[in-house]
Design a protein around this ligand. Structure first.
Ligand code: HEM
Ligand SMILES: Cc1cc2nc3c(=O)[nH]c(=O)nc-3n(C[C@H](O)[C@H](O)[C@H](O)COP(=O)(O)O)c2cc1C
Length: 467
């Protein structure tokens, strides 16, 4: 059957809450009710209801996301206008925050340089925990062993029966298209080319299926899940995960509500101010920040251990809990039969002044060392150096994840991802050789001086009173 042609005029008549249409890249969709469940908040959807939303849509979402998310029955027809043809994504997806001149990639010789390039593009943010995550790695000293044959070296790690060439993974981050139009596709390809794999975020720019298609056949991958407060949406997600079979589902548990994101608020207020200056009648008063807007529709504030147990039982897929911040919760994850823990404080974006993640790893090792033997352990937060990676592995982690650095690396697309991993791999290999080991299986606490770190581990008295 030939597709119905819809004029802009007809489209503009469907703006009621009970009858809403929207054009995205030439297709007209019935999006009635979608504004309230859009993870990016209702404002943007309401603004473009009854019109062509290609431009804002393409700046953060892949072409196919709409097709994957809306039902075929919601497809009304095609837009009978030339407008969309002029708005192909490449031209729209350039994030205005990144329009500064980036340095040449080979001018970047470590992850501090990479962060400085991102500072220029003002996509960095700050907080006490964010800084402490990185600083606490420097509280641990290395105790190198000498006179050992270290010429031949490998950095392999085995997780859930899969062997990766490096213990380096991405920490899942939403909407990577803000950094580059190829977003998670480039991230996935860069990670795989480097001998690792991707942790696909729930709130990705490309659909999960598109990202999986970018992986070699049968390549293992992980999925980070934000548990939706909407029962139907959660069940749909669980069904699709059962079909897609990630190696593990990493349930993010450290963000029942969104924290105050001052960098975002400042950015939004600056944009609002510019808008008021250029459009004197425009009002932005009373609008909540973008992050706050989207929190409630994507993340269930009532997520409990019983829900995590239900996920484990209903999917049969190994579960990791992401956002473990104390030994007691690591124990809880172990008790309900999770296969792994992912130590994280959301890079300091959840509870600011939360303890640094490497200290949490030390706390778990001190109180429940068996957990590090029986569960797979990932850690993120402030990992910026090969020596940081070595320290985390010596303390018992199997994999380290990096959040912001991959966001910044993506400013250079897939090449940036491969380049960043190579920098870290070179640093890790050198650190291992200088400490006298040739394989990560030889990494052990004996090559560390952790006295300063352990001085900060929570005391047994207060630990037990909180369990
Ligand atoms: C097709 C189904 C859609 C899905 C699954 C979806 C999903 C999402 C997600 C996950 C976010 C990120 C939320 C966050 O990180 O806080 C987001 C943000 C956004 N979405 Fe959508 N979206 C869809 C449709 C649309 C449409 C039709 C538009 C066009 C108006 C749109 C425009 C945006 C914009 C501009 C943002 C950024 C909002 C902000 O940070 O202020 N999206 N969307
Ligand atoms: C911009 C940004 C977006 C993020 N989005 C998510 C997300 O969607 N899901 C999630 O579990 N964690 C998310 N995180 C947290 C990261 O997975 C990770 O815990 C943190 O970034 C690690 O710290 P690092 O940035 O210091 O490496 C996000 C972090 C950042 C900086």
């Amino acid at each position: 059957m030939a597709e119905r042609k819809i004029t802009l005029e007809e489209l503009s008549q469907h703006v009621k809450d009970t009858d809403t249409w929207m054009a995205i890249n030439g297709t007209v969709w019935d999006i009635t009710g979608f504004a309230e469940i859009h993870p990016g908040g209702p404002d943007i959807i309401q603004k473009y209801s009854g019109g062509d939303a290609s431009e804002p849509y393409n700046s953060v979402h892949s072409l196919k996301l709409a097709e994957k998310n809306f039902d075929a029955s919601q497809r009304i027809g095609t837009l009978n206008a030339y407008f969309v043809a002029n708005k192909l994504p490449a031209e729209n997806t350039r994030n205005p925050r990144l329009e500064n001149d980036l340095p040449e990639i080979d001018e970047i010789i470590n992850l501090t340089d990479l962060e400085a390039a991102a500072e220029k593009a003002s996509i960095n943010d700050h907080g006490f925990t964010k800084a402490d995550n990185a600083d606490f790695y420097r509280k641990i000293f290395l105790r190198p062993r000498v006179a050992r044959a270290v010429q031949d070296i490998n950095t392999k790690t085995k997780i859930l029966d899969d062997v990766y060439d490096i213990p380096i993974f991405n920490a899942p981050a939403s909407l990577m298209m803000l950094a580059h139009p190829d977003a998670e596709m480039a991230l996935a390809k860069g990670l795989v080319a480097s001998g690792s794999t991707i942790i696909i975020p729930t709130l990705s720019s490309f659909s999960t299926e598109e990202i999986i298609e970018a992986l070699p056949a049968d390549h293992p991958f992980y999925f980070q899940l934000y548990v939706s407060p909407n029962k139907a949406a959660l069940e749909k997600m669980v069904d699709s995960l059962c079909k897609l079979r990630p190696k593990a589902i990493m349930v993010t548990a450290d963000l029942p509500v969104f924290s105050k994101r001052e960098a975002n608020e400042r950015y939004e207020k600056r944009i609002a101010k510019q808008k008021r200056a250029s459009e004197p009648g425009a009002t932005t008063a009373g609008r909540r920040s973008g992050q706050a807007r989207s929190a409630g529709v994507s993340i269930d504030p009532n997520l409990c251990w019983s829900n995590i147990k239900w996920l484990k039982e209903s999917t049969g897929i190994p579960i990791f809990v992401k956002g473990i911040q104390c030994a007691g919760d690591a124990l809880q994850a172990w008790k309900i039969g999770c296969k792994g823990i992912y130590i994280s404080n959301h890079g300091g974006r959840a509870a600011d002044t939360a303890q640094p993640t490497i200290l949490t790893l030390a706390e778990i090792r001190f109180y429940y060392p068996f957990i590090l033997e029986e569960m797979e352990v990932f850690i993120d937060g402030g990992v910026r150096r090969g020596t940081d990676i070595l320290k985390a592995i010596c303390l018992g982690a199997k994999g380290v994840c990096l959040g912001r650095p991959f966001f910044y690396a993506l400013m250079y697309g897939e090449e940036g991802v491969r380049y960043t991993i190579q920098l870290l791999k070179d640093e890790l290999e050198t650190a291992m050789q200088l400490c006298g080991i040739t394989s990560l299986s030889e990494a052990h606490i004996g090559i560390l001086n952790t006295r300063a770190l352990y001085r900060d581990v929570e005391s047994p008295q207060s630990l037990s009173s909180k369990l």
